[in-house]
Design a binder for this molecule. Structure first.
Ligand code: ARG
Length: 458
């Protein structure tokens, strides 16, 4: 490609370190699409002839068919996907192929291809998150009344419902979706036509190529266009946050499936056995979702460090932007699909969950609240009285609601029999009707909003 300037070819080592075809072949669809838009614009502007543009367009179509059929061939001497396409085009149509690269550089070309790819990746993730959210909302509705322990410090704290727990993850994913949508909106400007770094002297029409490629318009500064990868980082950062949410959900499944919990039975489809312990059933898929989140965060960090301190404009370091984005995307898409499958198909052991919710004097706060509400006692004092009741229950190896009225009145004479109405886990859950609370009616109201937002009834 640059034989005019060079007397000798690159060493084998130079070829090896320089070649990106091994991974950037993944951009072939985007590369061909951008080239089609570019050559159509060049023809419309009278920069290349209609005949040459038609030959180039047909050649690009043939390459698309070849790559679709046989995959992209890898020739390290041709460095990257852009040169592979151009080289093949020359084989197919002859010297007219050389006109395609008028008024463009690989710098704006790769920036365009990669933006197109990241945009597709975002759309793919958003579709996956839509399915996962639907799964969560569906299970939440099914288990809106199912009582389970709510934890703080992984200690039983207050009863909640499984529906509420699922909806917590729905909220997290909703924010993830909005982060991806933000990233997409910012990304959607077309760098094509920035050329190597300074723009071009040819009378190109950047609005036309931008709109042909589905962008909202061209980017505003040629130096910025070829040298920033913030669009990929926006994606990777959103992906990292999303992976962290998935990892936490995966961890819940791992804990819930552990025998001392026994809250769930994971489906065979998402479990593995052990080669030595015949009884084992391991939550490998969930563990790998948890593990993959580390690799996704690592991919994000990798591109952060690559970009840090690079002067304007393009530097070859930036070729290393693609492997982390590809890796993170594959891992994230797989993780989303695996979690969707697990959420959809796991069986919940409602009795075990309820029994666990009844441990740890989980309705102690309800007793304290009753003392405040009914007996008019200041909360701090109510807390103290309740603490004594818990201690008595503990000494007797009993639940709070198993203490007699005499026992309770022995602690504080202002307590009457109506206190027993608030001490059960069901009563506790039903009473938490504040906005965003765990009461089934409050959760159902949120589920309805979620279903409308996801258009689940359609
Ligand atoms: N393969 C290169 C990359 O991915 C394309 C851009 C090459 N530009 C250059 N000036 N050598 O970044």
């Amino acid at each position: 490609m640059w034989g005019g300037r060079f007397a000798a070819g690159p060493s084998a080592l130079m070829r090896e370190i320089n070649a990106s075809i091994g991974f950037d072949k993944r951009l072939w669809r985007q590369d061909l699409r951008a080239s089609r838009a570019h050559v159509a614009m060049l023809a419309a502007q009278g920069i290349v002839s209609r005949e040459d543009a038609a030959a180039i367009g047909e050649g690009l179509d043939r390459i698309a068919a070849e790559y679709g059929r046989e995959g992209v061939p890898e020739d390290p001497a041709l460095e990257d996907i852009h040169m592979h396409v151009e080289h093949r085009l020359a084989d197919l149509i002859g010297p007219a192929a050389g006109r395609l690269h008028t008024a463009r550089s690989r710098n704006d070309q790769v920036a365009t291809d990669f933006r197109l790819w990241v945009r597709d990746a975002i759309d793919d993730v958003m579709a996956g998150l839509d399915s996962l959210q639907r799964a969560l909302v569906g299970r939440a509705e099914e288990h809106a009344e199912a009582v389970m322990p709510g934890f703080t410090h992984l200690q039983v704290a207050q009863p909640v419902t499984l529906g509420h727990h699922f909806m917590a993850y729905y909220e997290m994913l909703r924010r993830d979706v909005s982060r991806f949508a933000d990233a997409r909106a910012r990304l959607n400007r077309c760098p094509l036509g920035a050329a190597a770094l300074a723009g071009t002297s040819f009378p190109i029409d950047r609005d036309t190529t931008a709109s042909a490629l589905g962008f909202d318009g061209p980017t505003a500064n040629s130096l910025d266009s070829v040298s920033d990868r913030d669009f990929a980082l926006d994606y990777l950062m959103a992906a990292t946050q999303c992976a962290l949410h998935l990892s936490r959900l995966a961890e819940e499944f791992i804990l819930w499936a552990s025998q001392p919990y026994g809250f769930v039975s994971l489906p065979d489809a998402y479990s593995t056995g052990s080669s030595i312990m015949p009884q084992k059933r391991n939550p490998d898929a969930a563990e790998l979702v948890r593990g993959h989140s580390g690799r996704i965060a690592g991919a994000m960090t990798s591109l952060v460090v690559t970009m840090k301190g690079l002067p304007l404009a393009y530097s070859k370091d930036m070729q290393d932007d693609k492997p982390p984005a590809f890796e993170a995307h594959d891992l994230l898409a797989l993780s989303i699909a695996a979690m969707t499958g697990m959420v959809d198909t796991t069986t919940f052991n409602a009795d075990r969950m309820r029994a666990a919710a009844e441990t740890g004097h989980s309705t102690a706060t309800d007793l304290a609240d009753w003392l405040v509400r009914v007996a008019g006692i200041p909360f701090r004092q109510a807390h103290h009285i309740t603490g004594r009741a818990v201690r008595l229950a503990e000494d007797r190896d009993a639940r709070l609601w198993e203490l007699s009225l005499d026992d309770l009145q022995g602690i504080d004479s202002r307590i009457d029999a109506s206190v027993f109405d608030v001490l059960s886990v069901d009563a506790s859950v039903r009473s938490r009707i504040s906005h965003g609370g765990t009461a089934p009616e409050a959760v159902r109201a949120r589920i309805e909003e979620a279903k409308a937002a996801l258009e689940m009834d359609r």
